[in-house]
Ligand binder design. Structure first.
Ligand code: ADP
Ligand code: NI
Length: 197
């Protein structure tokens, strides 16, 4: 099977597994990560576009918050069913494995493909879309807004300094600035509402 066909099928497979979700891990998140990854890859000529594409599209199909699989079983099943050779399968799984924030907090992925897909996923937690996903997550988990505000300091505002690639750093800086402006505005409005009438 040619690589374009496999990429198309990976999109369909992600749609089947993630299509019904709302908020943080819907299909649209996966498709944005895929787009981000390809955009970053344009500036990294050494990167393998097939590995990046398939890893980006399958990066959430074994997310522990959504599925009970171990050892990336959903991704592995897809790759096996589509006759992806063992060597490529290993590199794709290794790339998916390097995406997770909690697992890899301080670790820079060893391969350029891992670095790119990790950056692509982190970019989707920043900027206007990052703000939207944050509140969607808070609502989904029935958390008070004040608790959700803290997520900006605890995680999102740290991301711009741990991007791997130059291209992602540039985009992250822009999105960071937008979030800071948003938080400034938010703080003013919250304070204003506490003033005596
Ligand atoms: P991914 O699996 O795509 O790396 P996460 O599962 O960590 O991302 O988070 C999905 C989305 O939900 C992100 O936009 C993230 O910022 C947001 N999120 C994660 N944890 C929290 C939290 N405690 N409060 C608010 N938003 C959160
Ligand atoms: Ni993700």
């Amino acid at each position: 099977m040619d690589q374009e066909t496999i990429i198309g099928k990976a999109k369909d497979y992600a749609g089947e597994l993630l299509g019904g979700n709302c908020g943080g891990h819907d299909l649209q998140h996966t498709l944005r990560v895929y787009d981000n990854a390809l955009a970053i890859a344009e500036t990294e000529p050494a990167a393998d576009l097939f590995i990046i594409s398939v890893a980006a599209l399958l990066h959430d199909v074994d997310d522990y918050k959504l599925f009970n699989t171990t050892d990336y079983q959903n991704a592995r099943t897809f790759l096996k069913d589509n006759f992806v050779p063992e060597g490529l399968t290993q590199r794709i799984i290794e790339t998916i494995d390097s995406v997770s924030f909690s697992k890899n907090r301080d670790k820079r992925p060893a391969t350029i493909e891992g670095q790119i897909v990790q950056d692509a996923d982190r970019l989707d937690a920043l900027g206007a879309i990052g703000i939207a996903r944050t509140f969607a997550f808070g609502g989904e988990h029935h958390r008070p807004m004040e608790q959700t505000f803290r997520h900006f300091d605890e995680k999102l505002l740290l991301l711009k300094d741990i991007m791997n690639t130059k291209a992602a750093k540039t985009i992250a800086q822009k999105r960071h600035k937008f979030m800071k402006n948003y938080l400034r505005e938010l703080n003013q409005e919250i304070k204003a509402s506490e003033l005596p009438r």
